[in-house]
Design a protein around this ligand. Sequence first.
Ligand code: NAD
Ligand code: IPM
Ligand code: MN
Length: 380
Amino acid sequence: AKGGKILVLPGDHVGPEVVTEALKILDIIEEETGSKFEREFDLCGGCSLDKHKDSVTEAVLKKSTEVDAVFFGSAGGPEWGHSQPNPESGLLRIRHRMQIFANFRPCKFASKALLAYSPIKPEIVGGVDFMFIRENCGGAYYGKKIEEEDYGCDPWEYSRYEIERVARVAGALAMQSDPPAPVWSVDKANVLANSRVWRRIVKEVFDKEFPQVKLQNQLADSLALLLITKPTSFNGVLVSDNTFGDILSDESGGLTGSLGLLPSASLAGPPGPAEIGGTLGRNSVGGVVGLYEPVHGSAPDISGKGLANPVGQVLSLAMMLRYSFNMHREADIVDKAVETVLDTKADGGMEIRTGDLGGKAGTKEMSEALQSTVRKLLRQ
Ligand code: NAD
Ligand code: IPM
Ligand code: MN
C-alpha cells in the first residue's frame, strides 16, 4: 500500500491552524486511495521551549531521522523574543540533523487569477515557472562561528561533497522535464573564493553526469535585478548556496502574490527515479527523505482568529506526496484543487480569497473548498 510514516511538527501560532487543515486533505487521500500515513505529533519551536526549555529536543531530532518525511508548520513568536535559544533554531537544527541539504522553493502562479496580485506587471511576470534550489545545510549558516563583544564571524565555506550533492539534485530535477530544463548556478565568483570552487565543481558534475542539461552561471547580484525585470528568462532550475538562496528565494516567492500561498520542500537527496537521482537520502518507501513547510512564518498578528491562508501548507503537502511518497497523481490533484479554488468564477473556479489576498474568507472556508475539490478530483 502507498503511504508511510510522517513526523508532524505543527509549531507555533498559525502553524497548528494550517497543519490541521492540510492533514484533513491527507485524511481524504487515505480514504479515497487506500493509502495509509502513520502520523506522530511532536514539538519544535516556542512550544518546545515552553515544555522542555529547548527549541527542539534530542528525542525529536532522533525521530526526524527515522521517518519517511517531516511535515512542519512554523516556529516563532514575540513571546519568545528574548529566549536563548530562539524558537527558529529548532528548525535549523532539524535541517542539519536530517541533512536535508536541498531546499526547493517553486516560483509559479498557483492560478492565473493570481497574476493580478503580483507586484510585477502581468506582461513581465506572466508564465514565470522555475524551481529555486537553495543549499540548506552549509555555508555561512553553519560552521565555526565567532561572536565576541567587538567581533563577529560566520565562515562562508563549502566543500566538494556539499557542492556535488546539491548540484546533483539540480541536475536530477532538470532531467525530469522533457526536454531537460536549463539550470542556472547562482554565485558571486567574481569576488568569493567559495563561489569559484562552487562554480567549478557544479560544472564538473554537470559535464560528467548531466551532459544533456544546459548549465549557465549567474551572478547573484544581477539575478536580484533580473528576477524583477525578466523573471521568465529563468524558467527552469536555479541552484545557489544557503545565503544567496535565502534572500533570492524570498524575492522570487514575492513575484507570484501572497506569502500565504508559498510551499517549500527540503530534501535529503535527488528527487525522481534512482537511475537519475542516485540513492542518497532515500526513505523506506523509495521516495526521498524530506521536510515540508510553507515559506511563511507563524504570523502571530493573525493567529487564533481563523484567518490564516492554508494554501502554502496544503501545497507543501502536495510536494511531500510527490517527492517523499512518489504519489504523483495525488500531488497533481492537490495542486489542481488549489488552482480551482483560486481561479475566478469566469474561469470556472470558486474565487475564494483569504485576507492576505484582500478577501473575507477564513481558514475554514478555504480549507473546506479544498477538501471537497480534492475528493471530487480523486473520484474522477
Ligand atoms: P510571517 O511570515 O509570519 O508573517 C508576515 C506577514 O504575512 C504577516 O502580516 C502575516 O499575517 C502574513 N501571513 C503569513 N502567513 C500567512 C498566511 N498563511 N495567511 C495569511 N497571512 C499570512 O513573518 P514574520 O511576521 O516576519 O515572522 C513571524 C515569526 O515567524 C517570527 O518569529 C519569525 O522568525 C518566524 N518565521 C518562521 C519561519 C519558519 O518557521 N519556517 C519562517 C519565517 C519566519
Ligand atoms: C527561511 C527562514 C529561516 C532561514 C529562519 C527563520 C531561520 O528565513 O526558512 O528561509 O533563514 O533559513
Ligand atoms: Mn528566509
